[in-house]
Design a protein around this ligand. Structure first.
Ligand code: SF4
Length: 334
């Protein structure tokens, strides 16, 4: 039985103070990740859980201007509430698709947006406390996945030290849209572009984000794409539901006069962090939609992969996933 103290602070400042003061404390919101890891898997052992689920951080609202609207999402808004928001249904279909593909309805009703972005990897070596080799769980112990079965692992941003794929579908969609994360720490608030939140494993896979211990995500701002933007989130997996991605693609494109004038692309399921494909975006701008341009973009998006036996197939799978998502958004495929 894992024992931990439980605290329910009155406001965000109290929550930050409590966690910051205790190196073994952690936040608890929907509990869909934290309780799994602490209670069921025994992978983490917080001595104090600070419950933020009842703090007033759950609002979802449109801010900004009529021409540049921004969707502000409170960190404790649930996945289900965000998926059902009218602005998401009307203007952010890739976000809605990523949310619906990301979890069962039961989980979506509990899991929060902040927790979803900070979820830990599903690497089974990481989640099995009896597995001795995992640099992320036990720094310096090696990586069991590099030499073992690794079908669900990453090929981009990976290294011999860690090939764990990031598990969030939502983070992939929000990375494509240049979302901005609002964070609060003991020094006050700060903002972090989502594309800069996550750290590549490098030599220290246990350090996953730029957040300092005790810093709390309070909200996420998502710029709403221009009118006329077409977008989708395509997730390829071993079964149709309740499964993590083998590969996924978030695509938002604008086509005017038969030419792609803007493209935002990100990949999931194949990278250690949500993977923005800026080089591929550049290749698409000014091109006519079609397989030649899409394939060139896909080749650029999946460049210099790091594969191990079991993950080689993901190179071509990721490229084909991106091509198919581009076909879907540009009308080349219904
Ligand atoms: Fe651990 Fe990363 Fe290797 Fe998985 S891939 S065993 S998380 S070091």
């Amino acid at each position: 039985m894992t024992r931990f103290a439980y605290a329910r602070p009155a406001d965000a400042a109290d929550a930050v103070a409590l966690v910051s003061a205790d190196p073994d404390a952690a936040y608890l919101a929907g509990g869909t990740t934290e309780l799994d890891l602490a209670v069921k898997d025994g992978v983490i052992a917080p001595t104090r859980l600070v419950d933020i689920s009842r703090l007033p951080l759950h609002e979802i609202s449109l801010i900004g201007t009529a021409t540049t609207p921004i969707l502000r999402i409170g960190a404790t808004a649930t996945m289900e509430r965000l998926a059902a928001h009218p602005a998401v249904a009307a203007r952010l279909p890739l976000v809605r698709l990523a949310l619906l593909a990301g979890a069962s309805v039961q989980l979506r009703n509990m899991a929060t947006i902040g927790g979803n972005l900070l979820q830990r990897t599903r690497c089974r070596y990481f989640r099995d406390a009896a597995e001795p080799a995992c640099n992320k769980r036990t720094p310096g112990s090696g990586c069991g996945a590099v030499a073992g079965p690794a079908r669900m692992h990453a090929i981009l941003g990976a290294s011999p030290a860690c090939i764990a794929a990031h598990g969030s579908d939502l983070a992939v969609a929000l990375t494509a849209l240049d979302a901005l994360v609002h964070v609060r720490g003991t020094d006050g608030p700060r903002e972090v572009p989502l594309s800069e939140l996550y750290l590549l494993p490098g030599p220290a896979p246990d350090r996953e984000t730029v957040l300092r211990h005790g810093e709390l995500i309070t909200a996420v701002d998502v710029p709403v794409p221009l009118e006329g933007t077409r977008s989708t989130y395509l997730k390829v997996r071993d079964r149709a539901s309740y499964e993590f991605a083998l590969a996924s693609a978030a695509v938002a494109v604008v086509v005017r006069g038969g030419v792609i004038t803007d493209a935002r692309l990100a990949l999931g399921g194949v990278a250690t962090v949500p993977w923005r494909a800026r080089g591929a975006e550049e290749l698409l701008r000014g091109e006519r939609p079609g397989d030649e341009a899409f394939r060139a973009a896909a080749e650029a998006a999946v460049r210099d992969p790091f594969t191990v036996p079991g993950t080689e197939f993901k190179v071509e799978l990721a490229r084909r996933t991106l091509v198919r998502a581009l076909r879907m958004t540009t009308g080349e495929l219904s």
